[in-house]
Design a protein around this ligand. Structure first.
Ligand code: G1P
Length: 298
């Protein structure tokens, strides 16, 4: 199938991050760090790896630290240059965006994820685009969005990342009603946002990576309120299940961490810490010792 190249991505980052108060009183949740990189950096790197060239942030009041993060820092850069810290200069490069490659729009009222994406409609225009929710951090050999771009080249239409979750957790997600499965790609015939476990059509949940057609933005124009009284992205995508190319889910390969929750954030911190070669076995040894001390104290 001939699909248009996906070069634009939307990052909805307007949320208040109340689950992480007091930390998020003065810093955006997306700047909170896993080891030494902010959550947003993981999402940006994943998008870049998938060929994204234009980055659209949907922000709100109190998120200006994000704009500074992606800007050049001339004083810092020249100080590093003077002291010959080339490695750190290289690290900083990953945070810089080319002029015109990054745009910010404000969601001035918290009306839901669908509304946040709709706020970016003029910047997206009439082409397929990606959406990445930075709370969902995915460690994968091949970045998740790249896996989706490749699968999408075959299917066209809309595509969401999908993962099985336990019945206790299903009501926190958008859930897929599966028509057909072919390898890791599932054809979707319906989607429900945050259903009760007893009413969920499957245990296959939507994870925060999407490739969407511009038609989804047209659907969002109607501003229909859905689960929790919010304008849900899930509902606008679900309307496309009957379209020609339809909606597909990709069971991606990788480990997803829910960094919108404290436990998920902690798990990600430990996992990313363990995967850093610069710590050698020091961190692992520390964890083992800590566990044995805890066991002994029980
Ligand atoms: C959002 C979406 C939901 C999706 C989830 C993935 O929910 O609305 O469909 O399953 O992200 O993380 P939120 O976590 O913002 O409540």
């Amino acid at each position: 199938m001939k699909t248009k190249k996906i070069t634009k991505a939307v990052f909805p980052v307007a949320g208040l991050g109340t689950r992480f108060l007091p930390a998020t009183k003065s810093i955006p949740k997306e700047i909170m760090t896993l080891v030494d990189r902010p959550l947003i950096q993981y999402a940006i790197d994943e998008a870049r790896a998938a060929g994204i060239k234009e980055f659209i942030f949907v922000t709100s009041r109190g998120k200006s630290a994000l704009e500074d993060y992606f800007d050049h820092a001339p004083e810092l850069e020249s100080a590093l240059r003077r002291s010959g810290k080339d490695e750190l200069l290289e690290v900083l490069k990953g945070t810089n965006m080319d002029s015109g490659a990054i745009a910010y729009v404000r969601q001035n009222r918290p009306l839901g994820l669908g509304h946040a994406v709709w706020c970016a409609r003029r910047l997206i225009g009439n082409e397929p685009f990606a959406v990445l929710l930075p709370d969902d951090v995915i460690a994968a050999e091949r970045p998740c969005l790249q896996q989706m771009v490749e699968a999408h080249a075959e299917t066209g239409g809309c595509m969401v990342a999908a993962m099985e979750v336990t019945p206790e957790r299903i009501s926190s997600y958008g859930v897929l009603d599966v028509e057909d499965e072919r390898g890791s790609v599932v054809k979707v015939r319906g989607m429900v946002e945050k259903p009760k476990a007893s009413e969920a059509p499957s245990n296959l949940a939507v994870i925060g990576r999407y490739i969407l057609t511009p038609k989804v933005l047209t659907n969002l124009n109607r501003m229909k309120q859905g689960a929790g009284g919010e304008i849900q992205l899930t509902d606008a995508i679900a309307e496309e299940t009957g379209s020609k190319a339809g909606v597909h889910g990709l069971r991606f390969r990788g480990q997803r961490y829910d960094c919108g929750s404290k436990i998920g954030f902690l798990q990600a911190t430990v996992a990313f810490g363990l995967s850093r070669p610069e710590f050698g076995v020091e961190f692992e040894t520390f964890l083992h010792e800590l566990m044995s001390m805890q066991k002994a104290a029980q």
